[in-house]
Design a protein. Sequence first.
Length: 115
Amino acid sequence: MKVSEATEDFFQKVFQVVRLIPEGRVTSYGAIAKALGTAKSSRMVGWAMNASHTQVGIPAHRVVNRIGLLTGAAHFETMSKMQELLEKEGIKVQNNQIVNFKNHFWDPLIELGFD
């Protein structure tokens, strides 16, 4: 699939934010979209996460949906890989959802000083 230059630029901006998510913390597609000033583009952030698996050093496992579900798990090498990576960082996952999601949530608007 060929992507436009604008899409590639957007993906690179998403990757920049995702690289800043600290170990043991997670954020959502929507939070990244808001931090980039494109609040209605959370689905596009998801597409960027799907494309991130061809990149090095992007912790895509730290990006989940707005209620902490591991909706991107199907795009990892195995269905359990995303959960394994999160648990290795101390995040408990139960029924494909992060336990105590709010305690682990990293909001780029706040953490990066955009608010």
